[in-house]
Design a protein around this ligand. Sequence first.
Ligand code: COA
Length: 160
Amino acid sequence: MKKVIFPGTFDPPTLGHMDIIQRASSIFDYLYVAVGQSLKKPKTAFSLSERIELLKQLTKNFANVEVVSFEGLLVDYTKQLNISTAIRAIRNTSDFDNEVVQAGMNKQLGEIETLYMAANDKFRNISSSLIKEIAYHGKRLSSFVPLEIEEFVFQRLYET
Ligand code: COA
């Protein structure tokens, strides 16, 4: 059984993330969606438990998807799960440049193989940071986040 992990901050999960989850779960036998923390993003808008709950709600109908969370290095967590393949989305050359370095380090630290999936054209401009800015100024988010979570995500970001 081929199990893979899709790690991210998911602050908040977006239509872009869901597109990757849908596509990856149809290719691989089992997909862990792993909510982690990037040192580059020390302050998240949504707490860890909120991000987990949002992703659980969004993936409840996917039989082979499990939402998990981890602290510390991805390579240590993948060792615990006994898996060696990570999925990451690439939207543009800037993502590619960042991801290549991260993938190289994960390979060196823990023999993790990183597979890239090209972000869907429709979602290439979506970014969790931009979404926060858009909601802050009062624009609704239905083009960027799944409808099931739009109200919660919008209200939270608009209030803060
Ligand atoms: N379509 C559109 N947008 C997408 C997308 C897609 N398919 N997939 C991701 N994105 C966007 C997100 O909205 C997000 O936007 P933002 O940068 O404006 O916030 C961005 O791409 C990436 O965010 P996300 O997918 O949530 O992941 P991340 O890059 O924040 O995740 C970790 C980073 C958690 C995977 C990484 O920091 C990690 O592994 N941390 C643990 C410690 C570790 O091991 N570090 C590495 C040492 S080598």
